[in-house]
Design a protein around this ligand. Structure first.
Ligand code: TRP
Length: 359
């Protein structure tokens, strides 16, 4: 391959279910715009998905669906490297090696680990501001927890750091909830470099898109759209299903006085409308809200149709792509080949630096 001077962008998504509108506006649609200007690498983190012990048949189906959704949303395998994490065995080997420089204490204090472990154990969230590290660590070490909180969950940040460092990516577009993992990745990179007196790993940073980050709300009145919140509109939702979900979205009793402030559920519907509708439609409903003539049923009907205008072409492409097994196989094979090239080079350096050498 010719010398590549473009900055390396990398991002992954765990294969735990279909992609939703939040993934689309928060990630996919932005990835598509990066493809011409960066050396883009997008992958499906199936090894990370294993941390929650998915059903084996489901795991593969999810990988396939997400791959088709990536492609249908416009990620172009000729411009970007699209691969499946487990197709790059170098990642697994480097994960073992990097773990030798990662402390169990720092892993146990990672917010995502604590959240997931608490959920698995049925422990409630700590009180606001309480420093619960000590109590939490005691509970986690209790023997009865062994089966539910596995070591893969604990070492999730090591694996994610390896995903990034093995490709020497410097720009990693991720949501706010992944910032701590990126911070750890930088720390592991610095630690490795300084322990061995090398300059192997660059430090990766989140990608700052211009404009403010989009937060796509759910339909249940508060918070963002998320797989685990059960409030998602999926890109592949059937029109009937999607319309039903939108019509059922939480609202309020409606404005009683002109220019009332908006409740969160209603503001959320407007946020979705702003993402998917034209400015004049948004203005029409904003004016109707302001003068109290708004009917939420009309707003929802419009919103459902405008969302469908975005998702329908994607859904149709997903179905075409899923039907073309040969194409999918070609895409992953080509992606794996490209991803492995750089991964093998980095792993070779890591092995040599750590003292693993052939005879
Ligand atoms: N942890 C990320 C998430 O849950 C997914 C992920 C795994 C990832 N490895 C990565 C993201 C490397 C960016 C780079 O969203």
């Amino acid at each position: 391959m010719a010398e590549n001077k473009k900055e390396i962008v990398l991002s992954g998504i765990r294969s735990t279910g279909n992609l939703h509108l939040g993934n689309y506006y928060g990630a996919l649609s932005k990835f598509v715009r990066l493809q011409d200007d960066y050396d883009c690498n997008f992958f499906i983190a199936d090894l990370h998905a294993l941390t929650t012990n998915p059903d084996p048949a489901q795991l593969h189906a999810n990988v396939k669906n997400i791959l088709a959704e990536y492609l249908a949303a416009g990620i172009d395998p000729e411009k970007s490297t699209i691969f499946v994490q487990s197709d790059v065995p170098e990642i697994s080997e480097m994960y073992l090696l990097l773990n030798m420089h990662v402390g169990i204490g720092e892993l146990m204090r990672t917010t995502s680990f604590k959240d997931k472990a608490r959920k698995a154990l049925g422990i409630g969230a700590p009180e606001q501001g309480a420093d619960d590290d000590e109590a939490f660590e005691k509970e986690i070490i209790g023997a009865s927890t062994n089966k539910r909180v596995n070591a893969g969950l604990l070492t999730y940040p090591t694996l994610m750091a390896v995903d990034i460092l093995i490709q020497k990516a410097t720009k990693v577009p991720v949501g706010k909830d992944q910032e701590q993992h990126l911070e750890l990745t930088r720390r592991f990179a610095r630690r490795f470099n300084s322990f061995y007196g090398v300059d192997l790993f660059p430090e990766p940073y989140n990608f700052n898109f211009d404009g403010k980050p989009v937060k796509v709300p759910g339909l249940d009145g508060s918070g963002k759209m998320g797989k685990s919140e059960g409030n998602c509109l999926y890109l592949v939702d059937d029109p009937k299903v999607l319309r039903k979900k939108v019509m059922r979205a939480t609202t309020d009793e409606g404005p009683k006085e002109p220019n009332s402030p908006m409740s969160e559920p209603v503001a959320n519907l407007f946020t979705l409308l702003e993402l998917t509708s034209t400015p004049d439609v948004v203005k029409h409903f904003r004016d109707a809200y302001a003068d109290c003539s708004i009917r939420y049923g009309d707003l929802k009907k419009q919103l459902a149709e405008d969302i469908l205008a975005v998702t329908t072409p994607i859904r149709e492409r997903v179905n075409d792509i899923l039907a073309d097994e040969a194409y999918l196989r070609r895409v992953v094979a080509q992606g794996a080949e490209r991803a492995r090239e750089r991964a093998a080079a980095t792993l070779g350096e890591v092995r040599r630096i750590m003292g693993i050498r052939g005879f």
